[in-house]
Design a protein around this ligand. Structure first.
Ligand code: IMP
Length: 177
């Protein structure tokens, strides 16, 4: 497989479309089992999680709701980690079974800063599903309930994840060379 270029960097394929889809089916099966008879609300964090949220949701057989919210920014190849606020959270979370859907947990700062705002609304339960986890880079302790892949601390793009705005459309995950 040839290298691809996004802006000034070269990237090599890291997780194929087939392996991604297989793993997402496994995560959905776990969630179907864990939430049998319940009706969770998935809160997917934009922009990066749109593809993962969509494929995960397609593989659910339980009743479930989905909303997308937007948090603060991530510029270039270094996580800024400053969560300013969320836009688009119209649902009242009181008494709900919430599952946060993230593309990647890197330092963990984004979720660490944001979760208290959700917990404040007293959901019945709150779990986190993330497609990727850079566990070596995680500095803020978080309980990640559903993790697609634990990956090394190297920058990745594709399948919703970007490098300065580009690369989100790729069907696979690519790692910087
Ligand atoms: P954290 O706050 O450091 O956990 O960063 C989380 C956010 O940083 C993710 O939701 C992504 O938007 C972004 N991010 C972290 N690592 C990468 C990467 O390797 N590629 C693209 N975006 C990333």
């Amino acid at each position: 497989m040839p290298l691809i270029n996004v802006h000034d960097k070269s990237f090599d394929i890291y997780i194929s479309e087939e392996i991604l889809q297989q793993r997402i089916k496994e995560l959905a099966a776990e969630i179907n089992k864990d939430y049998s008879g319940k009706r969770p609300l998935f809160i997917a964090i934009l922009n990066g999680s749109f593809m993962f949220a969509s494929d995960l949701f397609k593989n659910l057989s339980i009743e479930a709701e989905l909303c997308f919210i937007k948090l603060a920014s991530y510029k270039g190849m270094k996580s800024s980690g400053n969560v300013v606020t969320s836009i688009g959270l119209e649902d009242d979370l009181f008494g709900k079974e919430v599952i946060i859907v993230e593309d990647i947990v890197d330092t963990g700062k984004t979720l660490h800063n944001f979760l208290p705002k959700l917990i404040h609304q007293q959901p019945k339960s709150m779990k986190i599903a993330t497609l990727l986890h850079k566990s070596e880079a995680t500095e803020f302790s978080l309980k990640l309930d559903y993790v697609g892949f634990d990956i090394p601390n190297k920058f990745v793009v594709g399948y919703g994840l970007d490098y300065d705005g580009l690369g989100r459309n790729l069907k696979e995950i690519y790692q910087v060379v």
